[in-house]
Design a protein around this ligand. Structure first.
Ligand SMILES: *[C@@H]1O[C@H](CO)[C@@H](O)[C@H](O)[C@H]1NC(C)=O
Ligand SMILES: *[C@@H]1O[C@H](CO)[C@@H](O)[C@H](O)[C@H]1NC(C)=O
Ligand SMILES: *[C@@H]1O[C@H](CO)[C@@H](O)[C@H](O)[C@H]1NC(C)=O
Ligand SMILES: *[C@@H]1O[C@H](CO)[C@@H](O)[C@H](O)[C@H]1NC(C)=O
Ligand SMILES: *[C@@H]1O[C@H](CO)[C@@H](O)[C@H](O)[C@H]1NC(C)=O
Ligand SMILES: *[C@@H]1O[C@H](CO)[C@@H](O)[C@H](O)[C@H]1NC(C)=O
Length: 459
């Protein structure tokens, strides 16, 4: 994730003529075909932004203003799209992009990105590969890196970055010392690592991953990035040894830990470890209550930035990930379904109501809880979020994630990525422009954007 310069924050309302309704999406929620049709329209509306399959463009990249990580997130949504609908329209586009961006060590550290790479950026691609393995998305050609091995490679590059010099552990946000944000230990980087560790534990049955998941969870709690009542905060400055916490809450942090914890329940339950299973069940249950902060009248909302109009390009996609992981949680921890599904029902209904803007009359907006109007904010993130929450309505009709012993076909390599070092393989001179773009210190910008606002006091 990248932090915007405050002057680049685009306030909803500048972008769209929000009037026309001719293409507005209608869904009959009791009809599978109708939900699939809506998902197809939404997916088409999202892929329209992608130019990586145009001759001369680079596969896997989204055009500005979208950062590289969000492209990885988008391909993950398209893997989900195939998983939920069976529609193969985008499969070859996804495979091309996912393989193009692996980098020479097949660990999602491509030289074109290493200069500004954060652990979270890399992990969004790693989690996409993990989803491909779990959903049995068609395996790449045998001479190419395989989905499971790619996820393991991302994990294997990140585990050695666990940093006990400060804060008693944790991953830093940035990988390289020369990047601003290197001194920030953020929750999403650690949450993605936890999420991947838990899913790798489930897929492979290898205990090393569950040990890392436990360690990562315990650290998140101990350092205070998660409260005792399961609220997840943004991060902490490691030059202060994480004694001060930035208390902003984002949907995707809650989501990434939820799905990881649900997987840990599944793993410990299947292993017959009643004590640990009870612990993870209590945590997941607590997290479901904690999630209520993100719902207004049971409609999902990015509380930190929707009402003040300050959601940046990244943040406008975050509801996609909470939607994705809430739906997926009901597969690995089936007892959560009665609590989760009503929230996804109301949210998806509200969300499609915003899809009535743009030239085709069906581009989605950001503020689902404000009635069936497009608030004028449109883009990949808005489109992806509505697509995830709508296609998630099909969760009851699909198989849960497979594992190596329940039909998974993706070939792993537990040593993948471990020969990589954290030196950028090649990078051009950091330009003034790059520095300025990334150049505002985390704390400063967050204080400037959000200082004193009410949600910082939310627990
Ligand atoms: C890129 O892929 C999309 C979706 O499959 C397709 O509609 C479009 O025609 C493709 N563009 C090119 C240049 O191949
Ligand atoms: C890296 O970026 C250059 C310049 O945009 C591009 O030509 C090249 O294809 C990219 N390489 C990869 C592997 O994406
Ligand atoms: C930094 O924080 C960790 C964990 O909270 C603690 O164990 C350690 O003693 C602290 N270091 C200093 C120098 O205060
Ligand atoms: C664990 O997850 C799988 C789906 O991956 C599901 O089929 C199974 O029922 C879950 N285990 C339990 C004990 O619910
Ligand atoms: C996955 O299963 C295959 C075949 O059952 C086995 O050969 C392989 O070692 C397993 N891989 C892991 C990581 O357990
Ligand atoms: C389990 O995973 C760890 C970490 O990647 C690896 O070092 C180890 O070899 C794996 N064990 C087995 C039995 O595959």
């Amino acid at each position: 994730m990248k932090l915007p310069c405050s002057s680049t924050v685009i306030i909803g309302g500048l972008l769209a003529g929000a009037g026309s309704v001719q293409g507005a999406i209608q869904v009959s929620w009791d009809s599978t075909a109708s939900i699939k049709q809506a998902a197809s329209t939404l997916a088409h509306g999202m892929v329209k932004y992608y130019t990586g399959n145009v001759t001369g463009d680079v596969p896997g990249n989204l055009p500005a203003p979208y950062y590289w990580w969000e492209a990885g997130a988008m391909f993950s949504t398209l893997i989900d799209y195939w998983y939920y609908t069976g529609d193969t329209t985008y499969n070859s586009l996804v495979t091309q992009a996912m393989l193009w961006q692996t980098g020479p060590n097949a660990d999602y550290m491509p030289p074109n990105q290493t200069k500004t790479l954060g652990n979270d950026d890399q992990a969004f691609w790693g989690m996409a590969a993990m989803s491909a393995a779990e959903a049995r998305f068609p395996d790449p050609p045998a001479d190419k890196p395989q989905w499971l091995a790619l996820a393991q490679a991302v994990f294997n590059t990140q585990a050695p970055r666990w940093d006990t010099q400060t804060c008693g552990g944790g991953l830093k946000w940035q990988i390289f010392t020369f990047n601003n944000g290197y001194n920030y230990k953020n929750t999403i980087s650690n949450g993605c690592f936890f999420n991947m560790a838990a899913r790798l534990a489930k897929y492979t049955g290898n205990n090393t991953y569950s040990e890392w998941a436990e360690k990562s969870w315990d650290w998140t709690a101990a350092v205070g990035l998660m409260s005792p009542d399961y609220h997840f905060f943004d991060g902490s400055d490691d030059t202060l040894n994480c004694t001060q916490i930035n208390h902003i809450q984002w949907t995707y942090n809650a989501g990434v830990y939820l799905y990881g914890a649900a997987n840990m329940w599944n793993v410990t339950q299947d292993a017959g470890d009643a004590t640990k299973a009870a612990l993870w069940k209590a945590r997941v249950t607590g997290m479901l209550t904690g999630l209520e902060v993100f719902f207004e009248n049971k409609i999902m909302k990015e509380v930190a930035c929707e009402d003040n109009g300050k959601c940046d390009v990244d943040q406008r996609s975050f509801k996609a990930y909470l939607s994705r992981w809430m739906a997926a949680t009901t597969k690995v921890a089936p007892w959560t379904a009665n609590t989760i599904l009503p929230y996804l029902d109301t949210s998806s209904q509200a969300a499609v109501g915003t899809c009535k803007a743009g030239a085709d009359g069906n581009q989605c907006g950001l503020r689902w809880s404000k009635g069936a109007v497009n608030d004028g904010s449109m883009g990949v993130g808005e489109q992806m979020a509505v697509l995830e929450v709508v296609q998630g309505r099909l969760i009851g009709q699909v198989q849960g994630p497979v594992t190596n012993s329940t039909g998974g076909t993706s070939k792993g390599d537990s040593a993948a990525g471990s020969n990589a070092d954290d030196n950028p393989l090649q990078f051009d001179q950091i330009t003034t422009g790059d520095k300025a773009g990334a150049g505002i210190l985390t704390t400063l910008i967050l204080v400037a954007l959000f200082g004193g606002a009410w949600w910082m006091a939310l627990k």
